[in-house]
Design a protein around this ligand. Sequence first.
Ligand SMILES: Cc1cc2nc3c(=O)[nH]c(=O)nc-3n(C[C@H](O)[C@H](O)[C@H](O)COP(=O)(O)O)c2cc1C
Length: 305
Amino acid sequence: MTGIDPRALRSAFGSFMTGVTVVTAMDDHQKPVGFTANSFTSVSLEPPLLLVCLAKTSGNYDVLTAAANFAVNVLAEDQTEVSNTFARPVEDRFATVKWRRGPNGGPVLEGVCAWFDCSMHQQVDAGDHVILVGEVQAFDSTPAPGLGYVRGAYVTPSTGADLLTSGTDLVVSAIIIRDGHVLLVDSGDGGSGLPEAAVKTDGASAALTALIAGTDVPAEPGFVYSVFEDTGRRRQHISFLCQADAGVPSRGTFVPLSPAALDDISDPAVLSMLERLSQEMELGQFGIYFGNQNRGQVRPVLQGD
Ligand SMILES: Cc1cc2nc3c(=O)[nH]c(=O)nc-3n(C[C@H](O)[C@H](O)[C@H](O)COP(=O)(O)O)c2cc1C
């Protein structure tokens, strides 16, 4: 026992940006299996080695640890949905992607920015994970930008660069969460949406603080959950995940993060973001902020850090 809080550690581990991969292999019945992994790293050039860490609780543990070959697919920036599919308990993850067998037999996904088809070189037992070390037998890469992941959110190089360089308006919105509910306000177009405000010269942080203060619910500004471009309204949008304390909102209502309760959200981008949040809360993919991902329990987002 080290006295280290594993949830806090998971949050700290998640505080730097990584790429996102899908690790694949063929099972005994020649069916492809795969899971999303950001623990991928290159290891050696001579011989050409890479590694990825696989949770011992993974449903693919037996197949992957028995596999003679596996492939690592580095996702491109437009493959957020592929990442989600391979991180969720989907019946057939390969039904929604195009794939083929690589030269060494590992399943290679279409549209990735790089893939490495490996033979199993070594497995290292490492706590609640096993480290799979692969020897690269074949690979390919493209100049396409890769998908990034930090603090439980996807980021892409181009959204980040656009944000810094574009002349469009910048808007912040607050995803104010309490006990599995999110605060929705009247969006002014007959539907509902998140509290949002335009960023002025004093910056996004000041805009967010003012936004939260305007709801009359004490809330802790959290991490950036989503950065996206609203091309229709020519603006950049940053959403912050915020954990609320007790208090009655002066505007809007806390509604459950469920499809029925989110039904009248007018902005499809906000709707899809909250659907993603709902799914990720169920899976517990937020490090410190959530509990048991295997049980899909919804827990407070920023409790006690
Ligand atoms: C961005 C991201 C990175 C992940 N990285 C890893 C990882 O490196 N190793 C791992 O075992 N699980 C990782 N996971 C979790 C698995 O993808 C997830 O638990 C998945 O459901 C496992 O599927 P399986 O049980 O069918 O193998 C990650 C999930 C996401 C969203």
